[in-house]
Design a protein around this ligand. Sequence first.
Ligand SMILES: Cc1ncc(COP(=O)(O)O)c(C=O)c1O
Length: 455
Amino acid sequence: MVPKKILLTEDEMPRQWYNILADMPTPMQPPLHPGTHQPVGPDDLAPIFPMPLIEQEVSQQRFIDIPEPVLEKYLIWRPSPLVRAYALEEFLQTPAKIYFKNEGISPAGSHKPNTAVPSAYYNKISGTKRIATETGAGQWGSALAFAGALFGLEIKVYMVRISYDQKPYRRLMMNTWGATCIPSPSPDTKAGRTILEQDPNSPGSLGIAISEAIEDAVTTPNSKYSLGSVLNHVLLHQTIIGQEAQKQLQKIGEYPDIVIGCAGGGSNFAGLALPFVRDKIAGKKIEVIAVEPASCPTMTKGPFVYDFGDTVQMTPLLPMYSLGHTFMPAPIHAGGLRYHGMAPIVCQLILDKLIEPRAVHQLETFAAGVTWARTEGHIPAPETNHALAVVISEAKKCKEEGKAKTILVNWSGHGLVDMMAYNAYFEGKLTDFELPDEEIQKSLKALANFPKPKL
Ligand SMILES: Cc1ncc(COP(=O)(O)O)c(C=O)c1O
């Protein structure tokens, strides 16, 4: 019998994270202090992050040891299986071989605990008592709530209003793990109150929720802030996914021709892709595709600029593709992909032509998710559906061209807490939305006087 799942034993789980900063063909441009426009130093970041994470953010060391207590917690759900999607292949009548790395088996249901656990651990050993954070779809908030419970930390989550209303079960998961979750914009912070004065019905955005969580962390004693995507150290923690996948594929003598992931802030995509991008830098011929929503087309339509990571300008200026920090994405159901910016590492690799960005429409993504559920069984998260839409279009292309390519996708999370989104799709209430260029130009006006990164 041909194997369906390729498994690693607990002993075979990688003991180090892979840091692509050691191998980037073009060195990264530094984040800048918004006031001085000089590169930010560790002291600038110390009020919001514990020092071990700040060190990882700038480290040039190729491999970084995963601490023993983090490995122990990873074993709750890792190593995650690599699975061959035979039924989908058969349904599509494609010669392509489709493999998915199932990150939906973590307690929170997505890849997010891969970084929530080390973030909570490093905060704990640095003396932090409480962490404030934001969440879009609720996946990151629930991952940090879970990690906070493991290490005895108090967690407060600012959840983007539209997702808070659409996904009550996410909030209840956070509560079950002992965290507090409130809708953002909220009256609890100056940033939230300012937005609410302008628009009491604001659906919120990740940019606003980040502003609230940072303000909370710097104004509350013994508190720090934790970000679930975008930053170098977050992508670093996620590389356990790609390293496991490499070992699993090696076991069966396979290597992917195409690596695919959806990208909100870039972390699950990068977690799978970066170990393969390392091989690509060394000469391997592979396609690496990051998929985003056409309604929030950061990588495919945004310029490469210095911009803030949040709406009220509290973060350093990051070199990234951006739709502008004041951009308010359409209320699509993939809440985790509604972000104006993108991980600077992913952006630099796009500039260096090592990663190809692609945008897909909402209806195509739900159609892909339903096809997946009816063939492979697992119901994917709406974010994951973006990656699956491209998997299906690439597999169909293989059929047309008669090419038996090997496709590897990051199955970033399950959709069991997102069934209202599927309901809206079945009831015909979802629409496609292509962001008009004028709207992008409008929100980019705010960046006119910002420093410009080298192209
Ligand atoms: C299931 C799932 N996939 C993907 C994402 C996008 O985030 P990132 O780009 O950091 O992986 C999210 C964000 O919440 C998510 O919940």
